[in-house]
Design a binder for this molecule. Structure first.
Ligand code: SF4
Length: 263
C-alpha cells in the first residue's frame, strides 16, 4: 500500500477510526524519514456534529505534530450539507455527503502535494458497503472497493485502506487504550441511512455466526476478481460544467449541486 517516500494524506474526520489510522501512520512514518503524513479534514457543514469532530481532530493533530488541512463544503461548493439537504430532497443526506466528501478529500490531498490518500475504512464498513452496493446493483462501486484503488489514467490519487481487515471493535479498543479522544455526538443524519440497518443486521449475524463480516469481505474480493474479466475500463474525460474528470458528460458532484443556490 505504501512506498518509502510516500506523502500520505490521511482522511481525518475526528472519529476513532481516522484518529487511530493517523496515529499508526505517524508512528510508522517515523521509521521512514523520506515519507510524510498530513491530515486532511473535510467540514461538511453539519451543525452540532462536525464542529466537535474538527475540534478533536485539530487537538490530535497538534499532539502528533501533524500538519492538518481543513476544507469545507461551503468553501469548495458554496453550500454546506445542512443547507443542501434543506434545498434538495431527492437523495438521502449520506448520498450527497459521500460524493461531495470524496471530491473535497481529493482536492485537499492535491493541495497538500500528497501521493496517496489513506482512508480509515474498517472491516465492518467494508462488509456493509459491499451489501449496500449489492442491494443497489452498483457493479462499478463493487469493482472499485479495492484495498488499493489506482486510477489507470492517473486522474485521481491512489486511495488506500490500511485498516479494511480490522474489525471496528478492535479499533475502538485500540483508540480507548491509547487515549484517543472519542467523539460523543452521532451525526444527526446517520439514522436516515440504509447503512444503519445493514450494520445492525451484520452485527446480529456476527454474534450468531462469528466470522460473517470477514467472509463477506473475502466474497467481495472473489466477486471483484470475477468482474475484472468482464468489466471494461472506464474512459474518463472532463465534466462539461466543472472540468473535473468524470465518466459521464456532467460529473456526479455537478448533478447533485445543480439548482442549488450559489452554484
Ligand atoms: Fe455524512 Fe451520512 Fe456520515 Fe453524516 S452519517 S457524516 S451525513 S455520510
Amino acid at each position: 500500500m505504501l512506498s518509502l517516500n510516500d506523502r500520505v494524506a490521511v482522511a481525518v474526520s475526528g472519529g476513532k477510526d481516522s484518529l487511530t489510522l493517523l496515529k499508526i501512520l505517524v508512528k510508522l512514518g517515523k521509521r521512514f524519514p523520506q515519507s510524510q503524513v498530513v491530515a486532511v479534514t473535510v467540514d461538511e457543514g453539519i451543525e452540532g456534529y462536525r464542529d466537535e469532530a474538527i475540534r478533536i481532530a485539530e487537538k490530535s493533530c497538534g499532539e502528533l505534530g501533524v500538519r492538518q488541512i481543513v476544507l469545507s463544503f461551503k468553501r469548495l461548493y458554496g453550500i454546506g450539507l445542512d443547507e443542501l439537504v434543506e434545498q434538495k430532497k431527492d437523495l438521502t443526506p449520506c448520498s450527497y455527503c459521500g460524493v461531495l466528501r470524496r471530491r473535497a478529500l481529493e482536492k485537499a490531498a492535491e493541495a497538500a502535494g500528497s501521493t496517496k490518500i489513506a482512508v480509515a475504512h474498517n472491516l465492518d464498513d467494508e462488509a456493509q458497503t459491499f451489501l449496500l452496493n449489492l442491494f443497489h446493483g452498483d457493479v462499478t462501486k463493487i469493482s472499485r472497493a479495492e484495498a488499493v484503488l489506482i486510477d489507470p489514467q492517473g486522474q485521481f490519487l491512489p486511495r488506500i485502506k490500511p485498516m479494511r481487515e480490522v474489525p471496528e471493535k478492535e479499533i475502538a479498543l485500540y483508540a480507548y487504550l491509547s487515549g484517543i479522544q472519542l467523539q460523543t455526538t452521532p451525526c444527526p443524519y446517520a439514522a436516515t441511512a440504509l447503512r444503519n440497518d445493514i450494520r445492525a443486521m451484520l452485527d446480529r449475524m456476527e454474534e450468531r455466526h462469528p466470522g460473517t463480516k470477514c467472509t463477506i469481505l473475502r466474497s467481495a474480493e472473489r466477486v471483484r476478481e470475477g468482474m475484472k474479466k468482464s468489466l471494461k475500463a472506464i474512459d474518463l474525460h472532463r465534466c462539461d460544467l466543472c472540468g473535473e474528470p468524470t465518466a459521464s458528460r456532467v460529473c456526479e458532484v455537478c448533478r447533485m449541486l445543480q439548482s442549488t443556490t450559489n452554484y
